[in-house]
Design a protein around this ligand. Sequence first.
Ligand code: ADP
Ligand code: MG
Length: 582
Amino acid sequence: MDTDPVIGIDLGTTNSAAAFLGLNGPEIIPNAVGGRLTPSIVGVDESGTVVVGAAAKELQVLHPDRCANLFKRYMGTDHTLTVAGRTYTPEELSGLILRAIKADAAAFFKRPITRAVITVPAYFNDRQRKATIAAGRIAGLTVERILNEPTAAAIAYGFHESGEDKKVLIFDLGGGTFDVSVVELFEGTLEVKSSSGESALGGEDFTRAMVARILETRGLAYERAEVRTPKLVSRLLQQCERAKCLLSREESVKVRIPDDDGEFTASATELQVTREQLERWVTPILARIELPIRRVLGDAKLTKDQLDEVILVGGVTRMPLIIRRVTELLGKDPRRRLNPDEVVALGAAVQAALVGKSAAVEDLVVTDVAPFTLGIEISKQFGNDRRDGYFDPLIDRNTTIPVSRVKRYSTLSPNQTAIIVHIYQGESRKVGENLALGEFEVKGIPPGPAGQPVDIRFTYDLNGVLEVEATVVATRKTVTHVIAKHAKGMTEDQIQRAVRAMEKLKTHPRDEEANRFVLLRAERVFKELPAELRQSLGLLLDGFEAALESRNKDTITRHREELERFLTLFDPSADDPNRETE
Ligand code: ADP
Ligand code: MG
């Protein structure tokens, strides 16, 4: 009797991927539009239909308000996200991604897929792991195992079968997070000995730095431009994201600069950016990888010379600069035979096959770390503007607990005698996107000029209890506020309710995904083209929409292919910067 295949899934913050164990080792399962990675983005298009992955990424360029991303950061919390007027839990959004992946795998194997191994970061706590299992259940998947991402990377490189004991450092730089772990193979068991990182450090920061420097050449400051010309900034972010990836294999690329409304008008300018420039721009950000590396080695009680191997994970490690830096810092050539943004899914696929044969590799994790960044709201000064709503972290995600940190703040106005401390957890720069944990008032600040100091101390213990203490420096008076926030995992009832709610959502049948994707992409490209080309694209789009109405499969395919040919020629983002070049 043949049992159902078990697939491996990397449910990532930026991108997700699925894989299975083939005859020649693990292989990626392509998605509905032929891609190897599925962007972890969920959107709702104009017809009120849910779109995920590549189509949602296209939708996000023009309608960011109709899309949700980065929801992995909220797994295991009460934080919900609103997309086009409806509220979703992070489990539901992850469930929608998993459901699309399940459908892609079923189409690939031509049989239903119901079982999976899903990976999570090593620092995920019990609640976050349960939330991941719930997301799988919502998608109709039985989650056979939860596997730590660094362990999955080690498995993908075959360390579990090496026979000898080994110590491996996994360096994972993704879209928005940096995770570094030491994994040890000991008597056939893979154990995450220590894990560290930075919750807000990743490829997005590199893209933002690039945008900031380009804006600078036009005399604009990023923070200001974000407020005054948000469309210019969001379009430029999209342009630079792509340019940044291209610069991993090209020495120099052109970046098109839209006008203040984010439009590429006839007068749109182009700027040549070289790899060397990009490297110079991101070097200050890259300095932040050093401390976590030192910490992870310290926590594992190892020196870098005691490491047997270093593995690169995460799309950003395709950058030659990162490979050089890691080699310098650790004194070893890192392993990078496998695509860094696929390696976790590949390892999950190997584990999945072993689960199918009841021979899974034991995977342990021993670290106790703060699962989220904790901090307070502050305001920032930009020229003459003072703006509220910024998040100032006191305890970084991934900090080993118990931990206590203190930071000095000061009053903003003359004769201010009280402040309200707003406490948040989360990974965003803006408190609006983080989870409010509570607030309290500190009174009795002596009247005087602005700038009266107040010390805020955060203490986080092993039970997840957060104690916030504010001390008015002048009087030594202290106020203490305790938060023991225990968001419960989803109950069986809640999961079943979510399953029914998901069934009611309007979605496109899988074989229409490619049509949706091309349609949304064409609409984006339309806005980027000069008038003469817009006309031709407009005609093709009209033809395609009419074809979709006709519901005739051949007509639809013919029109879609025509449209795709046009896009290949005129979409400035047509070719994949990470396409395999053999
Ligand atoms: P995550 O683990 O966060 O889901 P990935 O490992 O897929 O994400 O990494 C996504 C990040 O990698 C993005 O910031 C993307 O810009 C970056 N990236 C992908 N390919 C390249 C490349 N060729 N050069 C530089 N950065 C890249
Ligand atoms: Mg990842």
